[in-house]
Design a protein around this ligand. Structure first.
Ligand code: SDX
Length: 390
C-alpha cells in the first residue's frame, strides 16, 4: 500500500509519494483515514475528531479532543487590519480567490512564528489555520452578498460557529439548526483528505521548498479551484441548472456528453483513481435525501441528478470508461438546500480538506526522504543545434 519507485535515472520518482495518512483503492472503492474506513468514521466520528486523527495519526482521547477544540476557539479572531483586505477586493470576486488571497495575507501577521522546522510554530499555525480559514471563508461569503461580517461566537461548536458566521445577521439572534450542523459536519469530514490529489500534491510541493503552512495552503486553495478538481461541485450545479433551464431531456444531454460536444463533460463523474463508485458519493447521496427532507426542501435538481446518474450508470460509454459519480456529484444539492450560494461550494470543499492538507504538509516536511519537489520531465523538444553562423 505504500512504496517509492526509484527509476534508473538515479533519482526518486517524485510521481510516487510515500504517505501513511490516507489509503484509497480505486477499483474496490475503498477510502480509509489512518486505517479507519470512511463509512465507520462517517457514522461515528466528527470533523474535528477526524482532523486530529489525520494530523496526529490516532483518534484523540476525550480530553485531547476537548483541548484541541478549545485551542481552535481561542484562535478564531482575525487581526482587525486583515479585514480591510476584503474591502480592497471587488464585490464580484470569486470566494475561492478571496480565500486564497486572505490565507496568503494571514502569513504576513505571523512571519516571526512561521519556521517550518520549529515544532511550536508548526503546531501554533496548524491551529491558527483550522480556526481562521472558516472565518475567512464566511467573510468571503458575506462579502459576496454585501452583508456585514460577524465576530466568531466561541460559545458555539466549531460547525455552528461557522454556520452562524455565514447565515447570522447583526439584527437577529442566530438559531442553530441541528440538521444543518450534522450534515455540514459530515460533508466536511468526507472531504478531509484524499491522498495525493492535485491540491494536496500542490501543498506538499510548495512545502517541500521550505515555504510556510500559510503559503502552502494558499497554493492548495488555488489548485482546488479548478473545475476538474474541487471546482467540480460548483460546475455540477451549473450543469444541472442548464439542463433544467434548457428544457433539454437528460437523455439528449447524455448523448451530447458522449459526442464530446464543445468538451461537454458529465461534471461530478469520473475520477483519476476511483474506477468504481466513490465511497464518499454514496454517503453524500444518502445524506442528500435525509437533509432535504429534514429541511423541508424539495429540489428538482436532486431528482435530475439521480436521473442523470441512473442513465449514465446503465450506459456502455460510461461503463467502458469506468465513470461513476465522485464526491462532487451530490454535495452541491445539499449546500444549496442549506442556503450557500453556488460559488461558495468549493470554499466548503477547502474547509473540509484543510486538515488533510495540514497533515500531508507536516508529514512531508518531517520526512527525511522529502526532497524539493521536482516532477520528472521527458524532453520532447528540438535536438541540439547551432545558432546561425556559429
Ligand atoms: C475531485 O484526485 C482526487 O482525489 C480528487 C478528489 C479529491 O477528493 O481531492 O476526489 C476531488 O477532484 C473529484 C473529480 C471532480 N472533477 C469532475 O467531476 C470533473 C469531471 N471529471 C473529469 O474531468 C475526469 O473524470 C477527471 C479529471 C476527474 C479524471 O479524468 P481521468 O481519470 O484523467 O480520465 P480521462 O480524462 O483520461 O478520461 C478518460 C475517458 C476520456 O474519454 P476518451 O478520450 O477515452 O474517449 O473518460 C472520459 C474522457 O473524455 N471522461 C468523461 C468524464 N471524465 C472522463 N467523459 C464525460 N464526463 C466526464 N466527467
Amino acid at each position: 500500500q505504500t512504496g517509492h519507485t526509484t527509476l534508473d535515472y538515479g533519482f526518486v520518482n517524485t510521481a510516487s509519494t510515500k504517505s501513511a495518512i490516507t489509503y484509497i483503492d480505486g477499483d474496490q472503492g475503498i477510502l480509509r483515514y489512518r486505517g479507519y474506513p470512511i463509512e465507520q468514521l462517517a457514522k461515528n466520528s466528527t470533523y474535528l475528531e477526524v482532523a486530529w486523527l489525520l494530523i496526529y495519526g490516532e483518534l484523540p482521547s476525550a480530553s485531547e479532543l476537548e483541548s484541541f477544540d478549545e485551542r481552535i476557539r481561542r484562535h478564531t479572531l482575525l487581526h482587525e487590519d486583515l479585514k480591510s483586505l476584503f474591502s480592497a477586493l471587488p464585490p464580484t470576486a470569486h470566494p475561492m480567490s478571496v480565500l486564497s488571497a486572505a490565507t496568503a495575507a494571514l502569513s504576513t501577521y505571523y512571519e516571526s512564528e512561521s519556521d517550518p522546522h520549529n515544532p511550536e510554530h508548526v503546531e501554533l499555525n496548524t491551529v491558527r489555520m483550522l480556526a481562521k480559514l472558516p472565518v475567512i471563508a464566511a467573510y468571503a461569503h458575506k462579502k459576496s452578498i454585501g452583508q456585514a461580517f460577524l465576530y466568531p461566537d466561541n460559545k458555539l461548536s466549531f460547525v455552528d460557529n461557522f454556520l452562524k458566521l455565514n447565515f447570522g445577521v447583526m439584527s437577529e439572534t442566530y438559531e442553530s439548526n441541528p440538521v444543518m450542523t450534522k450534515a455540514l459536519d459530515l460533508l466536511l469530514m468526507l472531504h478531509a483528505d484524499h491522498e495525493q490529489n492535485a491540491s494536496t500534491s500542490t501543498v506538499r510541493l510548495v512545502g517541500s521548498t521550505g515555504a510556510n503552512q500559510f503559503a502552502s495552503i494558499s497554493a492548495g486553495i488555488q489548485a482546488l479551484s479548478g473545475p476538474l478538481h474541487g471546482g467540480a461541485n460548483e460546475a455540477v450545479l451549473q450543469m444541472l441548472g442548464r439542463i433544467r433551464d434548457s428544457g433539454e431531456s437528460v437523455e439528449r444531454f447524455v448523448e451530447r456528453v458522449k459526442n464530446k460536444e464543445e468538451g461537454v463533460k458529465l461534471m461530478g463523474f469520473g475520477h483519476r483513481v476511483y474506477k468504481n463508485y466513490d465511497p464518499r458519493a454514496k454517503l453524500v447521496k444518502e445524506a442528500a435525501d435525509e437533509v432535504l427532507e429534514a429541511l423541508g426542501v424539495s429540489d428538482p435538481l436532486l431528482d435530475l441528478a439521480k436521473e442523470l446518474e441512473q442513465i449514465a450508470l446503465e450506459d456502455d460509454y460510461f461503463k467502458a470508461r469506468r465513470l461513476y459519480p465522485n464526491v462532487d456529484f451530490y454535495t452541491g444539492v445539499i449546500y444549496k438546500a442549506m442556503g450557500f450560494p453556488t460559488r461558495m461550494f468549493t470554499v466548503l470543499f477547502a474547509i473540509g480538506r484543510l486538515p488533510g492538507w495540514l497533515a500531508q504538509w507536516r508529514e512531508a516536511i518531517t520526512d527525511p526522504q522529502t526532497k524539493i519537489g521536482r516532477p520528472q520531465q521527458l524532453y520532447t523538444g528540438a535536438a541540439v543545434r547551432n545558432y546561425p553562423g556559429v
